[in-house]
Design a protein around this ligand. Sequence first.
Ligand SMILES: O=c1ccn([C@@H]2O[C@H](COP(=O)(O)O)[C@@H](O)[C@H]2O)c(=O)[nH]1
Length: 238
Amino acid sequence: MDNSLIIALDFANKKEVEQFLQPFGDRQLFVKVGMELYYQEGPSIIHLLKEKGHRIFLDLKLHDIPNTVKNAMKGLARLDCDLVNVHAAGGKEMMQAALEGLEAGTSMGRKRPYCIAVTQLTSTSEEQMNKEQLIPVGLLDSVVHYSVLTKEAGLDGVVCSAWEAERIREKVGQPFLTVTPGIRMKEDQAGDQKRIATPNFARNAGVSAIVVGRSITRSADPVQTYQKWIEIWKGVHS
Ligand SMILES: O=c1ccn([C@@H]2O[C@H](COP(=O)(O)O)[C@@H](O)[C@H]2O)c(=O)[nH]1
C-alpha cells in the first residue's frame, strides 16, 4: 500500500476504461473504482480489472446504519479488492460493523481488504464545513478527530488531504494509512477540489498513497503523464 499512486478511473463505462488502459499494455497499476463506474458496471468491472492484475481501491464510501453497512461490506469482501472505504461521519459503531462484515465475507486463508474512512472530503473547505455541516471547529481538528475515531474503531487508516497527514500521524501513530486525493501539479486546474497539494508536498508530508484522477485520465497522453507523475511522486525529479 505504501507509496502507491492510485489512478481514479472516473469513467462512465467499461468501454471507456478499456480505452484508457489499452495504451498501458501489460503494466499493472493501482486503480480506483468509484461510484460513477461501479454504479454502471457493477462487480463485473472489478472482475475485469482483477483479471488484468491491477490492484483495486473500491471507493464507494459507505455511510448508512451499521447493519446495512455490515451486510454490504460482507458482499463487497467477496470481490477481493485491496482497499475499501466508509465515511467516518457514520460513527464508530458503523465503522466496526463495516469491519465485521468485511471479515465475515473474506474467504478462509485470504487477507481482508484494508478498510479506511473518509474524514472530510477534499472538496470541502473549512468555511463550508462550519456553515453547511455546522461543525464549529477548524477543519484540521475535525479531520484529526475523525482519524482518532477511525483508529478506535479498528480501521486501517483514513482518506484526508495531504495537508492533514502529518498531524494525523502525530496524533494517531503508526501503522495508519493516509490516502490522499486532491493532488495536483502546480499548473493543473483544481476543479471542485478545495484542499489540494502537489505530489512533492504529499511525499514530504509522508502520506501513504496519492489518488490522481483527471490530471492523468483527461490528459492528452495518459501513459506519458502517468510516467511523469510516478517519477515526481517517487522523488526521481523533485
Ligand atoms: O475526499 C475525497 C475522497 C475521494 N475522492 C475521489 O478521488 C478522486 C479524485 O479525482 P481528481 O480528478 O484527481 O480530483 C475522485 O475519484 C474522487 O471521487 C476525492 O477526490 N476526495
